[in-house]
Design a protein around this ligand. Sequence first.
Ligand SMILES: Nc1ncnc2c1ncn2[C@@H]1O[C@H](COP(=O)(O)OP(=O)(O)O)[C@@H](O)[C@H]1O
Ligand SMILES: Cc1ncc(COP(=O)(O)OP(=O)(O)O)c(N)n1
Length: 276
Amino acid sequence: MKYATSSALTIAGTDPTGGAGIQADLKSFQEREVYGMSVVTSVVAQNTLGVQSIEHLSVSFIEKQLESVFNDIVPDVVKTGMIATPEMMEVVSHAIKSNHVPYVLDPVMVAKSGDHLMDKESRQTIREALVPLSTVITPNIPEAEELLEVSIQSTEDAEIAAKRIVEELGAQSAIVKGGHFAGDAIDILFDGKKIYKFPTERINTKHTHGTGCTYSAVIAAEIAKGKSIYESVAIAKQFITDAIRFSLEIGRGNGPTNHWGYRLQGVPENKTKEAN
Ligand SMILES: Nc1ncnc2c1ncn2[C@@H]1O[C@H](COP(=O)(O)OP(=O)(O)O)[C@@H](O)[C@H]1O
Ligand SMILES: Cc1ncc(COP(=O)(O)OP(=O)(O)O)c(N)n1
């Protein structure tokens, strides 16, 4: 039987324990019923305790993988995660420009464990080669600070940052995620016209490995299906909140999110909060 299905390509690094990176992206695409494809940039030896070692693939081999995908199946959306070097960013930029696909940029810089996943010298290249191509960019607070070279201390600062990322750096829309603030987890979306706030109560858990990857992958999956940026973020916010509430206490460190567990067990209605 033939199905017409939406498809998404993730270009990112790996997590052999499955909580973050390409593995988290593919699981999230599957949960949202979108056909997932992947191009590996770096192989990362990591687990719930942190990053132990990183090996980058050569730029020419990343290019070969991109050609294999784009010469056969043009995805409905591209999502990028860990892209460590300026040279890798240039080939990814070229592939996105040549194929005119919607693009979700998760500007992965430092894992929650404190390990660096992007080289320092890539900061200017991400601003120039990737941000202006993005349909939506999804920085956390430290990443937004790095992109703009400012300090973000409040929700008001995050609103200004989301606007500046669009108006000065050239993204089509920007979500500054509130996972790193204290208090409620409030994400700020600026879609080029208006600011939207997506608040949820903070869930008291240390098991949040892979939240950013999962969130941006769901946004990408919804864009692939033709949803608006606002609708895609609203769905992703609900998804990540449910997945954190059911996060897994596996491993010896910070366990991964678990939307599959939520789907199987359900969650009491009074535990969810609508985005506004
Ligand atoms: N403890 C938490 N409770 C509820 N939501 C959270 C929590 N931590 C992160 N989030 C949400 O998870 C998503 C990813 O955010 P964040 O953790 O800041 O990204 P990253 O993994 O890139 O640092 C955002 O929607 C954020 O608001
Ligand atoms: C290969 C790879 N890419 C990205 C991350 C960062 O993932 P994130 O979702 O921000 O969650 P933490 O790992 O920071 O908890 C990663 N770890 N590995």
